[in-house]
Ligand binder design. Structure first.
Ligand code: ATP
Length: 515
């Protein structure tokens, strides 16, 4: 900032001196000659402005590099953290970047501004000499007016002015860039503080626990939630004094009305956030004492905010278990089948190598749809439009297809053999009823040696089979137990169940109701 302002001061001083001297000499145009070069240099890099144009990127390594980089953005943050994918992302970025090599990767607009012939550079150099040429010319014509000293002083001033004007124009660009960076830095400061890492290995090494505890752990993760409260950074209190216990290998359903705290409870169980107060024990130890990377490896989460990565279908599935990338096709196909994504794969033009969501992200068009015809008022379509529309189309997925692919990714994660806790939060809401039932069936079948916790709004096979139902209301755990027990209790669960069951009750012409 200081150098920015000192450049402005020095530029103004030089400019005033040059204007005054050139007016005294009767040559005001000299001042103009001094600023020609910086003005020309700063303008020719933007010559694309005002033209109709579009660009698209075809280099697969570049697209992959950008796609991998985009996984660090907010949209994918929770899944990348939950899946412990950071190391894989860094390694993949380095690989793609090496393959891209020295190819220029700046935005096409700025690359277009780079001169393809030496003439702009020659013109720039000539304009740089304009002040001295101007002086030389008039010194020859009027030798009495120009002393050698005047000549040397003016040459020095003009060089200084050109230099400071160039710094100033670059500085303005840099200043705008830094302002943007500062804004994003402040945005990132609003993010919740990072979780502290623990020191205990998960699962605990054999010999470190009693035999009974060891055998419990091998059946799945257990949780003991003790008087946990949680408030979001904006002050919203989402959970108040929640205490519950989930045993190893249990199938648990979390139910409740919107905003009752189900997802927040799931975020706590998957350690995406820390309790504001209270403790959560996992297999008898404070959850925060486990090494985060171990805990993440032992957890498979399938959440409503998870999305499709802008990568190939295959990589989208393999992100569930990055160690399997490029390994066993059968494993991938098995996960695809269990997630119900086979039909999606069959429909993809390039099979499992089809990039999902791309390549639309790597193209940009700046042209009007119509061209003005000067002869009459008719407008004809811009010829660029047909070429733009002829580019390969992005492979988009519907909400249900997206969830099936993410489900397949979750099943792929099971293949790591390290998962002992599966967290599913309303992640199948867009899948049709038969598909959802099949998916839950597959999850329940695959839950051997895993604790499976499912947040659901639909009362059905999951709630009937659940070993434990946690019914949430207004941020508290209002009831817990099995389906029959809770129905018999006649409280919140029974009320929600009856409302949903009522939707499937028909009233016949005699007024009898039949489920
Ligand atoms: N990121 C957030 N920032 C602030 N408040 C939040 C945030 N997420 C949730 N809340 C608030 O916390 C409370 C509990 O939300 P939560 O998402 O846990 O409920 P839920 O039972 O999962 O709801 P739904 O059934 O609609 O998914 C709500 O009042 C909600 O508005």
């Amino acid at each position: 900032m200081l150098s920015f302002f000192s450049t402005i001061t020095s530029m103004c001083a030089n400019f005033i001196l040059i204007v005054r001297t050139s007016r005294e000499l009767g040559h005001p145009l000299f001042a103009l000659a001094c600023i020609l070069k910086p003005l020309y240099d700063s303008s020719y890099t933007h010559i694309l402005w005002g033209f109709d144009y579009f660009y698209h990127v075809e280099n697969k390594d570049f697209i992959h590099m950008q796609a991998v980089a985009s996984l660090t953005e907010e949209d994918h943050r929770s899944e990348v953290l939950a899946g412990g994918l950071s190391d894989y992302i860094i390694a993949e970025y380095a690989k793609s970047s090496n393959r891209v090599g020295n190819l220029p990767t700046a935005r096409p607009e700025s690359q277009y501004g780079l001169p393809s012939t030496p003439f702009p550079d020659i013109l720039s150099a000539l304009l740089g000499r304009a002040p001295i040429m101007y002086l030389a010319l008039f010194a020859i014509v009027n030798p009495s007016v120009f002393s050698v000293t005047t000549f040397a002083i003016l040459q020095q001033y003009s060089a200084n002015l050109q230099l400071s004007l160039k710094f100033l124009l670059n500085g303005i660009r840099q200043f705008r860039h830094e302002c943007q960076q500062i804004t994003s830095l402040y945005d990132s400061l609003k993010m919740p503080a990072a979780l502290s890492d623990g020191y205990l290995a998960y699962p605990p090494r054999s010999g470190s626990k009693s035999e009974k505890v060891q055998s419990e752990v091998s059946r799945g993760m257990s949780f003991d939630v003790r008087e946990v409260c949680f408030s979001y950074p904006n002050g919203t209190s989402a959970l108040t004094n929640v205490s519950l216990s989930i045993k190893s290998g249990q199938l648990v359903a979390i139910v409740g009305t919107n905003g009752s705290g189900k997802s927040t409870l799931m975020k706590l169980l998957t350690r995406m956030v820390e309790p504001t107060s209270g403790t959560i024990l996992v297999d008898g130890n404070n959850m925060a004492d486990y090494r985060l990377s171990d805990f993440r490896q032992a957890t498979a989460s399938f959440m409503q905010d998870h999305g499709i990565f802008p990568l190939s279908f295959l990589e989208n599935i393999c992100m569930g278990n990055v160690d399997a990338v490029g390994c066993d096709d059968d494993e991938v196909m098995d996960a695809v089948r269990k997630g119900g994504a086979e039909d999606i794969l069959t429909g993809l033009a390039e099979g499992q190598d089809t990039v999902l969501g791309g390549p639309n992200d790597y193209r940009f068009g700046a042209f009007s749809m119509n061209e003005d015809d000067d002869d009459d008022d008719d407008k004809k379509p811009n010829p660029l439009l047909a070429r733009w529309e002829g580019l390969p189309q992005a492979v988009l997925t519907s909400g249900g297809e997206k969830q099936r692919i993410i489900a397949a990714r979750t099943f792929m994660r099971f293949n790591s053999g390290k998962v002992s806790f599966v967290a599913v939060d309303e992640a199948s809401s867009a899948i049709d009823a038969a598909g959802e039932m099949q998916l839950f069936d597959n999850l329940i079948k695959e839950r051997k040696a895993k604790t499976l916790v499912i947040v659901t709004h639909r009362f059905g096979p999951v709630t009937r089979q659940a070993d434990l139902i946690l019914c949430m209301k207004d941020g508290t755990l209002c009831e817990s137990g099995r389906h029959d027990e809770l129905l018999a209790l006649g409280g919140e669960y029974a009320k929600l169940y009856t409302i949903q069951a009522g939707a499937f009750t028909t009233v016949d012409v005699d007024g009898d109701s039949n489920a």
